[in-house]
Design a protein around this ligand. Structure first.
Ligand code: NAI
Length: 453
């Protein structure tokens, strides 16, 4: 009998397992594919390995303005993919080790939740039935496959998802991306940089989802200048073999690609593992939880993509910690006030807190400071033709920071500091008295602070 059984070893499940194991709970962790889940195997990590190769390649071929000319620069997708696999293998081995050190029993098999018996939860994996006092569901999400004519038939052939796109050993000549959200943009950015002709077909009138609209627009301009084509407000009606048919402004158009990347969002993975045996309260396909990550059934917790909402690896990890703390009787609760989000394009997009549009919608009075990234010395020193911007939003009355939005290299690494300012509700004085390193791109936010009296 275990204190805690966890289904799913992504960044939600394995972090929770590690924290619980280290705190002395007896933990069993079930995983049907690979430790690390989508994030580590076919998501965040491998895509970053690819994107870094693309950045190095682009710098090698296009650094004249910095005094560098190069000849015969070549690119090997095969090497890039092999390196990516090595990175993933290392990190998966790291997670396995972490589990061992935390005394977590790892069961690499498909788990099925069975009906409860004598107050204990039960999970079957292969021929063994495991019983436990607490159950944590961290099964993640699966790609959304919209009901588009011909799409289902072409899946796994010309139509691929985040899984297959990271393993292509040749750069396609033409790539069509359906969905201009996070996955779509990161992969479009990669393949455009390494030589594909990329076309993005997006049903909304803008790319990058809820990102600050001006930042989304500027990112689009950066890529358009490199030759990427965007069809916005485009309704895909049919996919067959290599062709995507869509309707835009009442007109039907077609685009062709060697591959078609489907990146239309993800939905919680709630089917096929006996979840119905728990009769949890659900809403539109996601498991409902409170701020301690408890479901409607005492003793059952759910974290990560399976509860919907932010659907980000780092959110899942933190939710796992909150759930485990609650089991341990430690006072903790989940806060979504300062969740950083990043799109790892070049330049990067990073944001934390509210957007201007969200504040307007909520009728929260605010002060806005928008600055060109060029105000930061290091940005000027390292960037040519940069169009980066920084928008910081402050509460009109308290002057607390409410949101910070960046389009710049290093955005992913600097956003944490501004998340802390928001989460900790730092006063304007406290923020102004914080010493920033110089020269650093993050100084742009210090400039923004001093625009406020
Ligand atoms: P997404 O929700 O970011 O974007 C999906 C896009 O597809 C939206 O812009 C939507 O309007 C569009 N779309 C939907 N149906 C369409 C259709 N029929 N035709 C054309 N466009 C259509 O989802 P995405 O990019 O698939 O990513 C999935 C999840 O993975 C997200 O929750 C994201 O947060 C996470 N992720 C996070 C990353 C990061 O933090 N850097 C990187 C990659 C993924």
């Amino acid at each position: 009998m275990y204190d805690l059984m966890i289904v799913g070893a992504g960044p939600g499940g394995y972090v929770a397992a590690e924290r619980a194991g280290r705190a002395g709970l007896s933990v069993v962790l079930f995983e049907k594919d690979s430790l690390g889940g989508v994030c580590l195997n076919v998501g965040c990590i491998p895509s970053k390995a690819l994107l870094n190769s693309a950045k190095l390649y682009r710098h090698a071929v296009d650094s004249k303005a910095f005094g560098i000319t190069s000849e015969n620069v070549s690119f090997s997708q095969d090497t890039v993919v092999k390196r990516k696999r090595k990175v993933v293998r290392k990190l998966v081995a790291g997670v396995r080790n972490q589990m061992k050190e935390a005394n977590v029993e790892v069961v690499m098999a498909e788990a099925t939740i069975l009906p409860r018996e004598e107050e204990l939860f039960r999970v079957q994996a292969e021929d063994t039935v495991y019983a436990g006092k607490h159950l944590l569901i961290a099964t993640g999400s699966v790609p959304i496959v919209p009901p588009i004519t011909g799409l289902a038939d072409a899946m796994g052939k010309t139509v691929i998802t985040n899984m297959e796109i990271l393993d292509l050993t040749e750069v396609p000549e033409k790539l069509v991306v359906i969905g201009g959200g996070v996955i779509g943009l990161e992969m479009a950015c990669y393949y455009q940089s390494v030589g594909s002709e990329v076309v993005v077909v997006e049903m909304l009138d803008h790319i990058a989802g809820n990102v600050d609209p001006e930042i989304g627009k500027r990112l689009q301009n950066v890529y358009e200048k490199q030759g990427m084509v965007f069809h916005l407000s485009a309704q895909v009606t049919e996919v067959s073999d290599n062709t995507v048919k869509f309707v835009k402004d009442g007109e039907t158009q077609t685009v062709e690609g060697d591959y078609i990347l489907l990146a239309c969002g993800r939905r919680p993975a709630t089917a096929g593992f006996g979840l119905e045996n728990l009769s949890l309260e659900m809403e539109r396909g996601r498991i409902l939880v409170n701020d301690k990550l408890e479901t409607s059934v005492p003793g059952v917790y759910a974290i990560g993509d399976v509860i919907g909402g932010h659907m980000l690896a780092h959110v899942a990890s933190r939710e796992g910690e909150v759930a485990v703390n609650h089991m341990l009787g430690i006072d903790d609760k989940m806060s979504y006030a300062a969740i950083p989000s990043v799109i790892y394009t070049d330049p990067e997009v990073a944001a934390v807190g509210f957007t201007k549009e969200e504040l307007q919608e909520k009728n929260i009075p605010f002060i806005e400071v928008e600055l060109p990234m060029g105000w930061a010395g290091r940005y000027q020193a390292e960037t040519e033709r940069g169009t980066g911007i920084c928008r910081v939003l402050f509460d009109k009355e308290t002057k607390h920071m409410l949101g910070c939005h960046l389009l710049t290299p290093y955005a992913s690494e600097m956003i944490l500091a501004f998340g802390i300012m928001i989460e900790q509700k730092m006063s304007m004085d406290e923020m102004k008295r914080t010493v920033f390193p110089h020269p650093a791109v993050c100084e742009i936010v210090r400039e923004a602070l001093f625009q406020i009296n």
